[in-house]
Design a protein around this ligand. Sequence first.
Ligand SMILES: N[C@@H](CCC(=O)N[C@@H](CS)C(=O)NCC(=O)O)C(=O)O
Length: 202
Amino acid sequence: MKLHSAAPSPFVRKVRIAALELGLFDRIKIIDTMVAPGKTDDAYGQSVNPLRKIPALELDDGAVLFDSQLICEYLDSIDGNHRLFPAEAEARWRVLSGSAVANGMMDAAVLVRYETFLRPEDKRWNQWIDEQWVKINNGLVWFNQRLPEAEDSVEGIALACALGYLDFRSPELEWRREYGRLAMWHDSASARDAYALTSPEG
Ligand SMILES: N[C@@H](CCC(=O)N[C@@H](CS)C(=O)NCC(=O)O)C(=O)O
C-alpha cells in the first residue's frame, strides 16, 4: 500500500499512528505529496485524489481510499479486532463523536495555518481566523471535560494529533495552562511508541 503524505500533516499522522498501533506500518510505503494551497501537485488531483488532499491510501489492487477516518477504518478492518473503532454501539458512537470533534479541530488549525502562513497579509480576514480559534478552544474545553476512554481508539489518536499539531504550529497558545486534565491525558498518550515515533516535523 502507498500512503500519500506530508510530514507536518496531522491527518497523515493519524493514519501513521493507526498503522503503527495495528502493526501494519511495514506494509505501507510513504509517498511525499505536495498539496499546500498555491503549490498543489495537479497530477495527484487528476490521478489519485480528486480533492487533492492528503492522506490518500493506494491499495495494491489500484483502488484509492481517502480521508484519514476512512483509511483508519480500513486498517482497523484488516486487523479485525475493532481496536480503533469499537464494535459495540454505545462505545462506537462515543468514539465517532469524539473523533469528529478532534478532526474538526485539526481542520480549523490547518485552515488557520493556510490563512496566516500562506495567504498574502493584505488578503487575510482576521474575523474568520478568530472564529477558527473559537472552534479549537471550544474543542479543548469539550475534551477537557470528556477525555477519550482509550488512547488508541480513533478518537484518542485524532485528539493526540490535534493537540500535537497545536504544539507544533501554535506553541504560543499554551493550551496546557488552562486544560490540565487534557495535558495529563496528552502526556500519557504521547509516551506510546506510535505517538513518539510520529511527532510532527517540517
Ligand atoms: N478530512 C480530511 C482532511 C485532510 C486535509 O485537510 N489534509 C490537508 C493537509 S493536513 C490537505 O490535504 N490540504 C490541502 C487542501 O485542503 O487542499 C482527512 O481527514 O483526511
